[in-house]
Write a protein that binds this ligand. Structure first.
Ligand code: MV4
Length: 493
């Protein structure tokens, strides 16, 4: 096992990685920016080093600064978390060269997923189903337009260097094709420095289903159930669940084995995710995420496997301790990402100081968070306050627990998306698991969020105004919090 691991990240995921380290007796090193000097994760670590100003380019993304701290502190591993340097093959290579283990896949595996066209071809060769489309870069506009017509509209133009939803455009008819192509090429050139694009048939109203995989250095690769991440807004996931309500045991086996095939095709090791689009009984490979994802928690809740600790075991050369048939699952888990953002104002970020805070708890609840009362959410980074996860013996119990927990959760000082989650969780469509990537629009969720907020205001259970006027009076605040919880719980029904 490692002696000392540097965590090249911030917030809740830095704490998640450090928790795994602590349970394994591994020392931890945090690096933090000026904006994070009072953040919990920096205090949680055994050692913490300031590495630069708030803008990520001068701190969390500065590879040499991060590596320098790792070398000086004698860290033998670096956990990259998600985002920042986690899928940066140059950083993985620099770690390899410095003799420090990058806790993730090899730089080569990351590179192989970097070009979407190359990835598509690798998967086709490996026998992994992809969306019908073309397998080479578009060079000739007229030829491409002809191909699009053959594939059949709507088609989607994607940047080869893109991913996660940036650099794509849906084209509904031939007369839009040329202008769409030019526009997406220029987006790709400026966003990724590479104008290369390709086309696929556009799969309408798909479900987003992803398989967790774990692979050791000896070719042992397993899938660890799937997650459904269909409730998203502009490619920002908001609610995820595991297992997927769309998946039967037979389909799970088929898709899981396909995910393993995809991972093996690129010599994948460590924890990763294979994303699929699923529509009308068919599934198509989309991409591989070469990192531990935000939503890994719900997989942990249904399988009992600690994915962050498995990452450490794998990275230091241990064999996977289980085979595919040893992996079992129990019950259902849902994650709501609690963000400081205003769902009634186009989800605008709402950074600022958290004046009052009480997290949810009780049976089946897991909250991963990097914040606390008095913490100031910085405008420099993502607006996530926490990941609120609920486990139940079945989907209905998981939903009931999540609804109960959402009404226990108290955040004052910043606007949160908690009303959004309340609206989704009480909708018929969610209860019936009618999930697609268009869920929010298709089900008028924003209208429902307005109702949630109005109902709460009418019943006097919004805390903010009460507390703002009595901020100095701790006793009054305490009373307000408990009466809030009491009133809010009744609202769950
Ligand atoms: C697609 C698609 C439909 N057809 N490809 C979005 C993220 C990026 N990884 C690929 N994405 C999509 N690719 C074809 N051929 C629809 C999406 C898509 C989507 C995928 C997963 C989750 C949410 C999404 C929201 C909009 C579009």
């Amino acid at each position: 096992m490692f002696k000392k691991v540097l965590i090249a990240n911030r917030g809740e995921i830095a704490i998640r990685a450090m928790r795994a380290c602590r349970e394994l007796g591994v020392s931890t090193v945090a690096v933090y920016s000026e904006a994070d000097k009072n953040a919990l994760f920096a205090k949680y670590a055994d050692e913490a080093y300031h590495i630069g100003p708030a803008p990520s380019s001068q701190s969390y993304l500065d590879m040499d600064k991060v590596l320098d701290v790792a070398i000086k502190t004698g860290a033998d591993g670096i956990h990259p978390g998600y985002g920042f340097l986690s899928e940066n093959s140059t950083f993985a290579r620099k770690c390899e060269e410095a003799g420090i283990i990058f806790i993730g896949p090899t730089s080569k595996a990351i590179d192989q997923m970097g070009s979407k066209i190359a990835a598509r071809n690798t998967m086709i060769e490996a026998g992994v189903p992809v969306v019908p489309g073309i397998n080479e870069a578009i060079s000739d506009v007229d030829k491409a337009s002809e191909i699009a017509e053959n594939i059949g509209f709507p088609v989607i133009i994607k940047a080869s260097a893109g991913g996660g939803g940036i650099g794509m455009k849906i084209v509904h008819a031939k007369d839009e094709f040329k202008s769409s192509l030019t526009s997406i090429q220029s987006v790709a050139a400026s966003a990724f420095g590479d104008p290369t694009v390709f086309i696929e048939k556009y799969v309408e109203e798909p479900r987003h289903i992803e398989f967790q995989i774990l692979a050791d250095k000896y070719g042992n690769t397993v899938y660890v159930m799937e997650r459904e991440c269909s409730i998203q807004r502009r490619h920002q996931k908001l609610i995820e669940e595991a297992p997927s309500p769309a998946i039967t045991p037979e389909l799970r086996k088929k898709m899981g084995e396909t995910a393993v095939k995809a991972a093996k095709a690129i010599g994948y090791e460590n924890a990763g995710t294979v994303e699929f689009l699923y529509s009308k009984g068919e599934f198509y490979f989309l991409e591989v995420n070469t990192r531990l994802q935000v939503e890994h928690t719900i997989t942990e809740m249904i399988t009992g496997i600690d994915l962050a600790k498995q990452q450490l075991h794998i990275a230091c050369g241990e064999k996977l301790p289980f085979k595919q048939e040893d992996i079992t699952h129990r019950g259902w888990a849902i994650e709501c990402r609690i963000n400081a953002e205003d769902p009634l104002n186009d989800f605008a970020p709402s950074p600022g100081k958290i004046k009052r805070y009480r997290s949810a708890g009780g049976p089946g609840i897991r909250v991963d968070s990097g914040v606390h009362m008095g913490y100031t959410i910085s405008p420099y980074y993502d607006s996530m306050i926490s990941k609120l996860c609920a486990w139940g013996a079945d989907r209905d119990e998981a939903i009931a627990r999540m609804r109960r927990a959402l009404y226990e959760y108290v955040v004052v000082g910043v606007t949160t998306n908690i009303p959004f989650h309340k609206a989704v969780l009480r909708s018929e469509a969610f209860k019936e698991a009618k999930l697609t990537t268009h869920f929010i629009d298709d089900n008028n969720i924003i209208e429902e969020v307005k109702k949630v907020v109005e109902e709460e205001t009418e019943k006097g259970i919004t805390l903010a105004s009460v507390l703002d006027t009595k901020e100095q009076k701790v006793a009054a605040a305490t009373a307000a919090v408990s009466s809030y919880i009491s009133a809010a719980q009744k609202q769950t029904k």
